[in-house]
Design a binder for this molecule. Structure first.
Ligand code: ADP
Length: 394
């Protein structure tokens, strides 16, 4: 019987899961995925099989499924009812922060957990939930091996100069440095490029991961040399509900002049800014693209402007640009956003092939374009499953 790997991605109010079958040889195969979302408000489960067909849809009262551990129990029940529980050989977790220590995934042990707990202050909105999921699995199945895969690890190839902030040196030593995030997505893209775009895979590439969180990464020979995100996932591009890079003086102003508390500023920066805050309509790019409201248009223009600014900066880090890759929800699905970005990036030698862009082809630039542009769907879950397989020797 084939073995299976469970991949978990625990957020503040949701747990996403995927299950992969490990064949004797060859690539892992996804047989189910889904999520419990609305934890704390209206918990509900949705799951699909490997071909995208719905296999479960349920909702509960908040008193029935209140915690991450209870949500995991429901996921485990579903998996047991559909698949043989005995086939599970390991669990791979997305863990947002591996600090400066981890440049690769780690097999979970008590020592690893306590090191990861030390990074909670660096990612207070994510890291506790990631660790809660690890603990919950330990409680139910203490012998099941678990692997932590970090969003920061892929960026540890960046040099010290790029990871510094211009603060007194002791802050760097205390961990205040650029970490970069979305590393599992960038690692997946870097691993996929040799097959999809062999002519640029070893070149200077910028990847734009444009989802509800958004960032960009400079790849040189497939290694991260720069990222738009820094100490936290608030930095860089404007996102669905986050402002991206802002003058830190604004935070001081909000504290000192407007009298906002730290908690209120956190809420403003994580949940009420970005596309939502600017447009006043919402954070879903599809809704904004369909809207005639002037502020929806302005929000989109600013979103694109920030991508192009960051593209220029990362091209400078790379000393030129051979290719640009779009990925994640907006990058993979919105021909309009890709077109707006590419039209403003002609100075880099980008000549868009509009028909290819509308079709969402893998390559969307003309044959004579000096810099090529690609659409590559990301797959962070598969990346986690691959790491887990490798670490567990499956
Ligand atoms: P997450 O960071 O939650 O994993 P995704 O990568 O799934 O996010 O991206 C979510 C974003 O993708 C949303 O803003 C959504 O509006 C956007 N999106 C999905 N499909 C389209 C589309 N066809 N056109 C424009 N935006 C899209």
């Amino acid at each position: 019987m084939d073995k299976a790997i469970l991949v978990l991605n625990a957020g503040s109010s949701s747990i996403k899961f995927s299950i992969f079958v490990v064949p004797e040889a060859g690539e892992l195969r996804a047989i189910a995925s889904g999520q419990v979302e609305g934890l704390g408000t209206a918990p509900r489960l949705k799951a699909r099989d490997g071909s995208g067909q719905s296999i479960a849809e349920k909702s509960w009262d908040t008193s029935e499924v209140a915690t991450h551990a209870q949500a995991l129990q429901r996921i485990a029940e579903l998996l047991r009812s559909r698949f043989d529980g005995g086939m599970l050989a390991g669990v791979g977790h997305r863990v947002v922060h591996g600090g400066a220590d981890y440049s690769a995934p780690a097999l979970i042990s008590e020592a690893v957990i306590s090191r990861l707990e030390a990074f909670v202050p660096l990612a207070p909105l994510h890291q506790p939930h990631n660790l809660a999921a690890i603990r919950a699995v330990q409680e139910v199945q203490p012998d099941l091996p678990q692997v932590a895969c970090f969003d920061t690890a892929f960026h540890r190839t960046q040099d010290t100069v790029g990871q510094l902030y211009g603060l007194p040196w002791e802050y760097y030593e205390r961990g205040v440095r650029r970490y970069g995030f979305h590393g599992l997505s960038y690692e997946y893209i870097a691993a996929t490029l040799p097959a999809v775009a062999p002519e640029v895979a070893d070149g200077r590439v910028v990847v734009a991961h444009l989802g509800s969180g958004a960032s960009m990464c400079a790849l040189d020979h497939g290694h991260s040399v720069g990222s738009s995100m820094g100490f936290t996932a608030l930095d860089g591009l404007m996102m669905g509900t986050r402002p991206g890079n802002i003058d830190p003086g604004i935070v001081l102003y909000l504290l000192q002049q407007e009298g906002l508390s730290a908690k209120q500023i956190e809420d403003l920066l994580y949940k009420r800014s970005g596309l939502l805050g600017l447009s006043g309509i919402g954070n879903d790019m599809r809704v904004l693209l369909a809207s005639d409201a002037p502020r929806a248009r302005l929000a989109i223009e600013h979103f694109v402007y920030r991508i192009n600014r960051e593209l220029g900066a990362l091209a400078a880090v790379l000393g030129g640009l051979d290719a640009l890759v779009f990925t994640a929800g907006i990058g993979e699905n919105s021909a309009r956003i890709r077109q707006l970005v590419c039209d403003k990036a002609r100075w880099l030698g980008i000549e868009l092939d509009e028909a290819a862009n509308e079709r969402g082809d893998a390559r969307i630039t003309r044959a004579d374009s000096r810099c090529s542009v690609w659409v590559v769907p990301t797959n962070e879950e598969l990346m986690i499953a691959r790491h887990t397989r490798r670490l567990l020797g499956l």
